[in-house]
Design a protein around this ligand. Structure first.
Ligand code: ATP
Ligand code: MG
Length: 139
C-alpha cells in the first residue's frame, strides 16, 4: 500500500464541544502523522465552494450554515493508504450507522453534525489539501 496524504476537517460541532484533541489523538493512534494543521472559520462562499459537489442536495444550505457556524480545524494527514484508512476510522456519515470506535460513533451528534470530514478519493484529496494549505505548509 502506498504512503498517501489526505485532508480531514474537524467540524464546528466537534471543535465547539472540545473534542478536537480527542479526535486528533484517535487519528494518531491509528497511525496518521500530522503534516499540517490550522484553525479557521469558513466564510459562506468558502463553505459553498468546498461542498459544491452537494449544491443540488436538499441539505446543502443547512450544511453551509453548519460549516460556517464556528471554527473548524483542517488537518493534512499522512500514512499508508491514508485516504481509505481515514474514511474507515471516520465511520458512516450517519453516526447511527457508524461502527463502534469510529470518530463519528464516538463524537457525532447526527447525520449533519458529524464531527469530521475526510477526502473520499485521490482526486478529491488533491483538490482539498490546497484548498486550506499552501505548498510551503505542505513541504
Ligand atoms: P464528508 O464529505 O463531510 O466527509 P461524507 O462523505 O460522509 O462526509 P457526504 O455525503 O459527502 O458525506 O455529505 C457531506 C456532509 O453533508 C456530511 O458529512 C454531513 O455533514 C452532511 N449531510 C450529508 N447527508 C445529509 C443529510 N441527509 N442531511 C443533513 N446533512 C447531511
Ligand atoms: Mg463527502
Amino acid at each position: 500500500m502506498p504512503i498517501e496524504r489526505t485532508l480531514a476537517i474537524i467540524k464546528p460541532d466537534a471543535v465547539a464541544a472540545g473534542n478536537a484533541g480527542h479526535i486528533i489523538a484517535l487519528l494518531e493512534r491509528e497511525g496518521f502523522e500530522i503534516v499540517a494543521m490550522k484553525k479557521v472559520t469558513l466564510t459562506e462562499a468558502q463553505a459553498r465552494a468546498f461542498y459544491a459537489v452537494h449544491r443540488a442536495r436538499p441539505f446543502y444550505d443547512s450544511l453551509v450554515r453548519f460549516m460556517t457556524s464556528g471554527p473548524v480545524i483542517p488537518v493534512v494527514l499522512e500514512r499508508e493508504d491514508a485516504i481509505s484508512a481515514l474514511r474507515k476510522v471516520m465511520g458512516a456519515t450517519n453516526p447511527a450507522n457508524a461502527e463502534p470506535g469510529t470518530v463519528r460513533k464516538l463524537y457525532a451528534t447526527d447525520i449533519e453534525k458529524n464531527a469530521i470530514h475526510g477526502s473520499d478519493a485521490p482526486g478529491t484529496a488533491a483538490v482539498e489539501k490546497p484548498f486550506f494549505f499552501s505548498s510551503l505548509e505542505l513541504g
